[in-house]
Ligand binder design. Structure first.
Ligand code: XMP
Length: 323
């Protein structure tokens, strides 16, 4: 019968056998899947694994610290953090188009990851032969795989890695669903905040600023987002909602009256949604008092924001993210 204990034991043994005395790397995104996959592989091969976390400066408040401190504390994993904020902001300068933003962020991410992994190879002895990925069963099925039971396969040029390097993939979560992954993560001792993390897009806050992405705008949005998350958590609503994107309408300005007089600032959008799988979603009917607290705090505490609006659109027609 299926238990998290069995899954862990089985995988640890299989991974040890597979890797032998070679080395592996794993990209951490801050999300649940890569965290659990990394923790599992770390349990199996310890310091033969190096994790790479690319901080693109588009993270939410506290997120990088969570990976740097909490994840490392819980797993003892060897972590390479790459501070790439300036590089990403430079690449995004002057860009407002959502698809263009996504392409730039994806491209820069691969370049930075590539560079980091080349440094790891150069720094240390034996070659890195394995790449850990947090692929889940639904991912396997969706991409038309899922025929064999093997959890390892050779792969060329994974995620844009250098073409002359061939990695073997370790995908220890390949047979699991999301709720099972969370259970495994819990059993491995990962903190609640990581195990029960709501989905967050790879391009981060870069696609939650309608308009050009700048450091100042990111800082505003980070504040507003932190307030919304704090209040939703305090109200005990984290498990009721799927996620709640907070969006800065940087290209829109609105008139307000704050403190001593008239302001001309920006609206913030709250986009709380309920969903099973993000393919469809409904807007969450959050309690008015919670919405009121979020709105009051954001307009009081976040400079340049004088209006908070609620997105009451289902998916379809509206996607969950604004960009
Ligand atoms: P949409 O906006 O398409 O989002 O309704 C569906 C779900 O996917 C997340 N999302 C992303 N996740 N990289 C990711 O890892 C991305 O580029 C990306 N874009 C959207 C979104 O947060 C929602 O959970």
């Amino acid at each position: 019968s299926w238990t998290t204990g069995n899954v862990i034991e089985e995988q640890v043994e299989a991974i040890r056998e597979m890797v032998g005395d070679k080395r592996a790397i794993c990209g951490l995104s801050g999300g649940v899947d890569s965290a659990v996959a990394a923790a599992l592989v770390q349990k199996a091969i310890g310091s033969q694994l190096t994790c790479v976390y690319v901080d693109h400066g588009l993270m939410r408040k506290g997120e990088t610290e969570q990976v740097e401190k909490d994840f490392v504390a819980a797993t003892g994993v060897q972590l390479k953090v790459v501070d790439a904020e300036e590089r990403f902001l430079a690449a995004l300068k002057g860009v407002s188009d959502p698809e263009e933003k996504r392409k730039i962020i994806g491209r820069e991410f691969i370049r930075v990851f590539e560079q980091a992994q080349a440094e790891i190879v150069a720094d240390e002895g034996p070659a890195v032969e394995f790449l850990v990925q947090g692929t889940l069963y639904p991912d396997v099925v969706e991409s038309g795989g899922g025929t064999g039971t093997a959890n390892i396969k050779s792969h060329h040029n994974v995620g844009g890695l250098p073409e002359d390097l061939e990695f073997k993939l370790i995908e220890p979560l390949r047979k699991l669903f999301k709720d099972e992954v969370r259970m495994v993560g819990q059993e491995l001792g990962l903190p609640e905040e990581i195990v029960h993390r709501q989905p967050f897009p790879g391009p981060g806050l870069g696609i939650r600023i309608v308009g050009e992405v700048t450091k100042e705008r990111l800082d505003l949005l980070r504040e507003a987002d932190a307030i919304a998350r704090e209040e939703l958590t305090a109200a005990g609503l984290d498990r009721d909602i799927w996620q709640c994107p907070v969006v800065l309408l940087a290209d829109v300005r609105s008139v307000g009256v704050q403190g001593d007089g008239r302001t001309y600032g920006h609206p913030i959008v709250l986009r709380p949604v309920s969903s099973e799988d993000a393919m469809t979603a409904d807007w969450s009917r959050l309690p008015y008092d919670v919405l009121a607290r979020i709105s009051t705090r954001i307009t009081n505490e976040v400079r340049d924001v004088n209006r908070v609006v609620l997105d009451v659109t289902s998916k379809p027609p509206g996607t969950i993210e604004w960009e």
